[in-house]
Write a protein that binds this ligand. Structure first.
Ligand code: UT7
Length: 434
């Protein structure tokens, strides 16, 4: 049962009907509309190449924990070692795509664009759209169920959802997601950092864990960009797609595989207008500007954004490598926000990274904003392109403007991926459960 996963678009030979998160479930159950990081944790582990491929423990559920941080800080002989600030450690992943495939040719049938232009300028072949019966929260629930299953958990202490496309402007979507998952009562909040949302979420989750506010966090990136795209805008419509990815993070040792190092984050609010939805907020009242048709749609200055995305992701990646004590040659896998295949290639070239180290799914799913990195991580872990021991660099750039990067050594964890129209794939079952 340790073979590679079935890919998202393919069929699976795994019987997954019992996972309780089928694509049609929401509509049948009357889903209604109610329904950071100066954490100071150590950068220890830098340059670590002697990694064990043994499975990470499911911290937090063990019986030998010696404190409330969820990992064992007892030395052999029973002495307690000096307090170590716990790190957020990846314990399981889930990725979920809605069922509607939108090809470049389908877009070209109604917009002044072509399959050739979109492929050459972005590397995108097709993207997924959530149908009318789906909201961002619902995609988040699907990915979360898979991540919890992968981590072999039913409970976490906090739910954090990174999204640009929440179910409603108010309240946050995360509490609703938590409730549907049977996690009512836990801390739950959204993060709005556009395409950098997952990295900001990693920093927030790390902070919750390092400070002792939580021993486990479900971190989700989920988007339904199809709900905010101007159907007449060939640029944004060609790029963005819908999807969700989730990771379960547990308190662990900063030195162990899966421990997320400090996230190096930045922002530049002076460039906020480069990526924006102009309407729907208090700024409109402040400026006295009369609402314009299309204010509800996502707008992007593509060329300007492109240059900054390359610069900022390169700079953040170099800072994250310095922090880890890695040279570029140490990087086994580069997981960049899937903004545009040319952006990822340009960052890789500037970093001097071998092309075969870069993971990508943009051809199949487009730019899924905050969902992009967790979805790519889940898919890559599930299909075996991301393996235990891989020294992994994450980098993102998005509206705000925001950007960030971090590193980790990939742990031995499960990842499940699924879609609304195909059985779920599975990388391998959580030990002892299947
Ligand atoms: O997710 C994080 C934030 N987002 C990003 O990082 C995205 C960054 N930007 C990009 O990926 C690229 O800038 C785009 C893909 C958006 C645009 O590609 P580009 O090579 O930078 O094109 P451009 O914006 O300079 O436009 C060149 C031409 C324009 O026509 P004119 O004015 O020269 O006649 C555009 O109107 O390409 C046109 N164009 C298109 N043509 C056919 C723009 N989109 C399309 C399209 N099909 N879909």
């Amino acid at each position: 049962m340790t073979g590679p996963a079935t890919s998202i678009a393919g069929s699976s030979d795994e019987g997954l009907g019992g996972m309780g998160s089928g694509g049609t479930q929401f509509s049948n159950t009357g889903f209604s509309n109610t329904g950071f990081s100066n954490t100071g944790f150590s950068d220890a582990g830098s340059g670590s190449t002697e990694l064990s491929n043994t499975r990470s423990g499911n911290a937090g559920s063990g019986s030998t924990r010696s404190d409330n941080t969820g990992f064992d800080n007892t030395e052999p002989g029973g002495r307690r070692r000096a307090a170590v600030v716990p790190a957020a450690v990846i314990a399981g992943l889930g990725g979920w795509l809605p069922g509607v495939v939108v090809t470049n040719d389908q877009l070209a049938a109604r917009l002044d664009t072509s399959d050739q232009w979109i492929r050459q300028r972005t590397g995108i072949r097709e993207r997924r759209h959530a149908g009318p019966g789906w909201s961002t929260g619902m995609l988040a629930v699907e990915a979360s169920r898979l991540a919890l299953k992968a981590a072999d958990r039913t409970e976490v202490d906090a739910v954090v959802l990174a999204t640009t496309t929440p179910d409603q402007p108010c309240p946050a979507t995360a509490p609703w997601v938590a409730a549907v998952l049977g996690l009512s009562g836990v801390a739950a909040f959204d993060i709005a950092a556009v395409c950098t949302g997952f990295l900001y979420g990693l920093a927030a989750a790390s902070g919750l864990i390092a400070s002792g506010h939580a021993r486990s966090v479900l971190l989700i990136g989920a988007e339904t960009y199809s709900s905010i795209l101007d159907p007449g805008d060939r640029t944004t419509t060609a790029i963005f797609g819908d999807g969700a990815g989730a990771v379960v993070l547990r308190a662990g040792d900063p030195d162990e595989p899966g421990a997320v190092r400090r996230c190096l984050l930045g922002s530049d609010g002076e460039q906020a207008q480069m990526i924006q939805v102009p309407g729907g907020g208090s700024r409109q009242r402040l400026s006295g500007r009369v609402a314009q048709p299309g204010d509800e749609y996502f707008q992007m200055q593509g060329r300007y954004t492109y240059r900054h995305a390359v610069d900022r992701m390169t700079e953040s990646s170099l800072a994250a490598l310095r922090q880890a004590g890695w040279s570029i040659g140490d990087v086994d896998r580069f997981v960049a926000h899937q903004a545009n295949a040319r952006i990822t290639e340009a960052v890789g070239e500037r970093l001097g990274l071998a092309a075969d180290r870069t993971l990508a799914n943009i051809a199949r799913v487009g730019n899924t904003a905050a969902a992009s990195i967790p979805l790519l991580l889940a898919e890559s872990a599930a299909d075996g392109t991301l393996r235990p021991g891989h020294r992994t660099l994450l980098a993102a750039f998005g509206g705000g403007l925001t950007w960030g990067a971090t590193t980790l050594v990939w742990p031995d964890v499960c990842a499940y991926v699924g879609t609304a129209d195909a059985p779920r794939g599975i990388s391998r079952p959580p030990a002892g459960t299947i």
